[in-house]
Structure formats: structure tokens, C-alpha cells
Design a binder for this molecule. Structure first.
Ligand code: FMN
Length: 228
């Protein structure tokens, strides 16, 4: 009989258009299959940001202000964030090459308290351009005193330039996947079904490593399915 205490993970996350959330649901399934306990804390903006932005000028404005790392104020975190965990997963989308506004606010207000001395794996959902986001996030986490053994990134599987055009149109409320001109080259916004399966597999890998006390650094999350 295994008497070892079950490992416990905190997932701190923000998702604007539901992509990070869908991947995290599968990741959680995988973790729980390995008997890892998962607590989830969703960052909640004080003012709702409607999805989609709805028109081209608003989308362009959002692209610009997020490029300059505009913060999105968030509600206080719940009490569960004060507990001890074996691992924290910090998850969210890339916004104009940076972490999203709610995650930036989280760092400003709670970063040192939350991440000092903690093991943190960033989890990024993006169209395809995640490196600057990752470097910035890693720097912020290190500054707070966290250890970062690995990184999980999922990029949208659609080919360029349709991926960029499609995301822009989707954010502007144009539903490119239903447009006569676009639907052949852009059939779906966001991540594919095989990526959800991969997220679950990642959860199992992570859960196994945590439960067995093996290295998190050695886990390979850079797979063709996650980053096609
Ligand atoms: C304001 C804004 C800016 C974005 N900028 C980028 C970017 O620089 N690079 C990228 O790969 N994706 C970018 N994206 C796309 C999102 O990262 C991508 O759609 C992600 O899967 C959304 O995750 P979510 O639904 O959890 O918010 C941007 C999205 C928004 C809303």
C-alpha cells in the first residue's frame, strides 16, 4: 500500500477566450489520474473584458495597449493561495508578446508573497509567438524568488499567415471560421482536439514525476502536438 501523502498543485490561471481553460481542464484530468490533488484559482478582472472585443478599432487598441503591458486590475485572491503546494502552475495567454494584463497585475500585487521559494511551471496558450512572453515571465518569477524547472507551451495549430489573420478577425468578432473566404484556410480558432489529448498526457507525466519524486526538468513538453 502506498502511504505517501498525495501531491498537491495550485493552478493560478487567467483565460480570456477559453483556450487556456480548455487545456487546463485536460491537464487537470491527467494530474488527477495520477492521484495529484489540484486546486484552481482563476484570476478575475475587476471589470469584465468582453470576448470578442467586437470590432477592428477596439482590437487594434487592445493590441497596442497590451504591447505596452497595460495592467488589468484583478480581485483579491482566495484563501487557498496562502497554503503550501508541491507545485504552482501559472497559466494564461500571450498578449502582444507579454503575459496578459491580469497576470501582470498579479505579479505587481502578490508576486513576491506567492512565488518566493516556490516551484513554478509557467503554462502558455498562444497563437504562436511565446518566447518574449516566456523570457519576461521567467525573469519576473526569478525576481520573486521562484524556481522554474520547466515550461509548457501550446500554440495554435493553423498555418501562417491564416493563424494571425484568423485570431485578429476572431478577436474583432468576425468569426473567420464561418466566413466563405476564410473557412477553407482557417477552420477553427484556437487549439485542436489532439492538443487537448496532449494536455492530458502532460498532466499524467507531471503527476507521475511529482508522485515519484523524479525530476520535473527532464520532462519533455516541447512536442510537435503542443507546438506544431
Ligand atoms: C490582446 C491580445 C494580444 C495577443 N497577442 C498575442 C501574441 O503576441 N502572440 C501570440 O502568439 N498570441 C497572441 N494572442 C493570442 C492569444 O494568446 C491566443 O488566442 C490564446 O490561445 C488565448 O488564450 P485564452 O483563450 O486562454 O485567453 C493575443 C490575444 C489577445 C487577446
Amino acid at each position: 500500500m502506498n502511504n505517501a501523502k498525495a501531491k498537491h498543485i495550485l493552478i493560478l490561471c487567467y483565460s480570456y477566450s477559453g483556450q487556456t481553460s480548455s487545456l487546463l481542464r485536460k491537464l487537470t484530468e491527467g494530474l488527477e489520474r495520477q492521484q495529484v490533488k489540484v486546486s484552481i484559482e482563476k484570476l478575475s478582472p475587476n471589470k469584465t473584458i468582453r470576448f470578442p472585443f467586437g470590432d477592428i478599432p477596439t482590437t487594434l487598441k487592445m493590441m497596442l495597449i497590451t504591447f505596452f503591458r497595460k495592467r488589468v486590475p484583478i480581485a483579491e485572491l482566495s484563501e487557498k493561495c496562502n497554503r503550501e503546494y508541491d507545485l504552482i502552475i501559472l497559466a494564461g495567454p500571450t498578449w502582444s508578446y507579454h503575459p496578459s494584463g491580469p497576470v501582470l497585475s498579479l505579479f505587481d500585487r502578490d508576486g513576491s508573497r506567492l512565488f518566493k521559494g516556490r516551484t513554478v511551471i509557467p503554462f502558455i496558450s498562444c497563437r504562436g509567438y511565446w518566447r518574449a512572453h516566456w523570457y519576461g515571465l521567467r525573469q519576473k518569477l526569478r525576481k520573486c524568488g521562484a524556481t522554474i524547472p520547466n515550461l509548457i507551451v501550446f500554440t495554435h495549430p493553423t498555418k501562417e499567415p491564416w493563424r494571425t489573420i484568423g485570431v485578429f478577425l476572431k478577436l474583432a468578432g468576425k468569426n473567420p471560421e464561418q466566413s466563405r473566404l476564410m473557412k477553407k484556410v482557417y477552420s477553427k480558432y484556437g487549439h485542436g482536439t489532439d492538443q487537448l489529448v496532449e494536455a492530458k498526457r502532460f498532466g499524467e507525466l507531471l503527476g507521475q514525476a511529482l508522485s515519484q519524486g523524479t525530476s520535473l526538468t527532464e520532462l519533455n513538453f516541447k512536442t510537435p502536438s503542443a507546438m506544431p
